[in-house]
Design a protein around this ligand. Structure first.
Ligand SMILES: [Fe+2]
Length: 281
């Protein structure tokens, strides 16, 4: 059992900015609808939030956000769940990138020295620094979306491990990758991996549901890329409505015990984000 200590990807200001973009409201329009002063909204966007409980309630109502989660973020006390019950080993790989941190992750049978890699980080050198010593081989790589910070390490990996199978969303521009569209599945190295097509952050974006072949009804892992984060969501660089639809689908349809490994920020669970994520509706 693990409780993650990695910092959240987003603070209140980031969540408000993303929610304003999703709802098409600027600072002035949001101020008019909530009755707050524009300056107070600008302060929050500049990471100086000072909202009362009533103001958080009004912001949540106008932006269509989960008030419980928004209040927790506003108070700097967004909770994180216990991570437990996966019938395999999960290795989160956290790499500095620009001013932030980007995640990849490995899954492996705990008795084995090989496994599956999800995303690669921006380059192979960063990946090597965080690579678990006991993992000697990669059976396959799954890419959530083809941005450099998530897939830039692919060329170096291929150079190190040879011609490993690479899977990516249909429409992703990644040379040599096999496309996995909605419902596409792969059984490899003791795992079953299913793709969920989740455009929104990017036009070509997959989440991956991962199960151990020997425990098909056990706790599963969702690799959520830049769709669902602990306490937030990815930016809507392709389609806001599709991003929100994808979030709603994940939070409604997946079992609450599902462990979530996002492209940024700490591990979480579906049940936890269903209760607390500001974008859960
Ligand atoms: Fe990202």
């Amino acid at each position: 059992m693990v409780i993650e200590r990695a910092p959240l990807e987003d603070e209140l200001g980031d969540v408000l900015e993303k929610a304003m973009r999703l709802s098409g409201l600027g600072e002035a329009a949001l101020a008019a609808r909530t009755g707050l002063e524009v300056a107070r909204i600008c302060d929050a966007l500049d990471y100086r939030p000072d909202f009362t409980a009533d103001e958080v309630r009004r912001l949540a109502a106008v932006l269509g956000l989960n008030e419980v989660g928004l209040a927790a973020l506003a108070g700097g006390r967004y909770p994180l769940p216990e991570i437990a019950g996966l019938p395999f080993c999960l290795y989160p790989l956290r790499m500095p990138h620009g001013v932030g941190v980007v995640n990849a992750c490995l899954v492996a049978d705990c008795a084995q020295n090989h496994g599956l890699l999800f995303d690669t980080g921006a380059d192979q050198a960063q990946l090597r620094r965080v690579w678990p010593r006991n993992i000697q081989r990669v059976d396959a790589v799954f890419i959530t979306h083809a941005e450099t910070e998530h897939a830039g390490g692919l060329a170096g990996l291929r150079a190190q491990y040879g011609d490993i199978p690479v899977y990516a969303p249909a429409g992703a521009k990644l040379a040599g990758a096999k496309s996995l569209d909605e419902g596409g599945g792969v059984e490899i190295a003791g795992f079953v991996v299913h793709a969920l097509s989740t455009p929104g952050h990017a036009a070509a974006h997959n989440c991956y549901e991962v199960r151990a072949s020997r425990a098909p009804s056990g706790v599963s892992l969702l690799v959520s890329g830049d769709l669902l984060f602990a306490g937030s969501a990815g930016g809507c660089y392709f389609s806001g409505p599709l991003l929100r639809a994808g979030l709603t689908r994940l939070l409604r349809e997946l079992p609450e015990t599902t462990v979530v490994a996002p492209g940024h920020g700490p591990l979480t669970t579906i049940g936890h984000e269903r209760a607390f994520n500001p974008f859960a509706s």
